[in-house]
Design a protein around this ligand. Structure first.
Ligand code: B4P
Length: 198
């Protein structure tokens, strides 16, 4: 854990459910030696291991709702603190609300660093639904299993999360990327954007 370095690159990978955040973060973390923190993955790990946190989170996730901010923010801080950040972090699936974005800003500031950029994967809703239904055939994820829950997640994204574009635009840190294309094409677009930042 060596966050006290203002030269770190901390990227928020942003986008609606199914935009490809987890998919791309897995590639980018190795390329840039960044620590990948996916709040969704941490919740799923806790659900699998039947922890108290997992039991709590499951009730929200299965319905396509967000896990409450206080729980998610505490978990995120613990994840950052217990990890060696390498050259920085890729935050995947966090922040998802204004309260989370404010908490992240404050927390990173305390640690002597900041969000370098928010990179958003822009994908149309119907493609999102298609991708998540496809994943649902094999993932075993209850939140991918039916179209109603998938559409609920997209609705929650527009109601609570999409506003974060403005939050980072105001700080001149928002970069939108076309998220439609092959996984490799999108990785190339992301690298092009990130290379201009680091
Ligand atoms: P997440 O785990 O973040 O799940 P997600 O939004 O579905 O995105 P994910 O990263 O998994 O999918 P990806 O786009 O890579 O969240 C799940 C739940 O956890 C939330 O609903 C919420 O309840 C809870 N949660 C998490 N973070 C929270 C927070 N901060 N606050 C509150 N609650 C929180 O990929 C989707 C599919 O598309 C994959 O099958 C992939 O293979 C495919 N795909 C990717 N790129 C593609 C491409 N270019 N072409 C075709 N298919 C592609």
């Amino acid at each position: 854990y060596k966050l006290k370095n203002s030269k770190m690159t901390n990227i928020v990978l942003f986008g609606p459910p199914g935009a490809g955040k987890g998919t791309q973060a897995a590639v980018l973390k190795d390329h840039y030696n960044l620590k990948h923190i996916s709040t969704g993955d941490v919740f799923r790990y806790n659900i699998k291991n039947e922890t108290e946190l997992g039991k709590l989170a499951k009730a929200y996730m299965d319905k396509g709702q967000l896990v409450p901010d206080s729980i998610t923010i505490d978990m995120l801080k613990a994840e950052v603190r217990q990890s060696n950040g390498g050259n920085g972090f890729i935050f995947d699936g966090f922040p998802r609300t204004v309260a989370q974005a404010e908490a992240l800003e404050e927390f990173l500031q305390e640690e002597g660093t900041q969000v370098s950029a928010m990179i958003a994967l822009e994908v149309d809703d119907e493609i999102l639904v298609e991708r998540l239904l496809e994943r649902g055939k094999t993932s075993g994820r209850p939140d991918d299993a039916n179209e109603l829950v998938i559409r609920k997640r997209i609705k929650v994204y527009y109601e609570e999360t999409a506003i974060l574009k403005q939050f980072y635009l105001k700080q001149d840190k928002y970069f939108g990327i076309n998220g439609v294309g092959s996984i490799q094409e999108i990785t190339a677009r992301l690298k092009e954007a990130i290379d201009q930042l680091v």
